[in-house]
Design a protein around this ligand. Structure first.
Ligand code: SF4
Ligand code: SF4
Length: 78
């Protein structure tokens, strides 16, 4: 049995992220930011400030050219 999340969850694959900031620009809730953390390739990866504010709109996942970010909602299955 799989456990469904009670809230929207934004997942970031640090190894794929290239720090392009597309997700930052296209998040209508402005909850994604470029952090000071770098991945092994030297790119600054993104983080989410307040997951509770995420509407699950999926904009961030759709604009990411690296498929580095995806959104899990109580309604969808991964
Ligand atoms: S799903 Fe929408 S609201 Fe949530 S982090 Fe992505 S762009 Fe922002
Ligand atoms: S759009 Fe993708 S590659 Fe670009 S900063 Fe966001 S997660 Fe990283």
């Amino acid at each position: 049995m799989t456990t469904k999340p009670k809230q929207n969850l934004v997942h970031i694959n640090d190894l794929r992220c290239k720090g392009c900031d597309f997700c930052v620009e296209f998040c209508p809730q402005h909850i994604i930011y470029q952090s000071l953390e770098t991945n092994p390739k030297g790119y600054q990866v993104v983080r989410v400030t307040d997951m509770d504010q995420c509407t699950g709109c999926d904009n961030c996942a759709r604009v990411c050219p690296e498929f580095a970010i995806w959104v899990e909602t109580p309604d969808n299955k991964l």
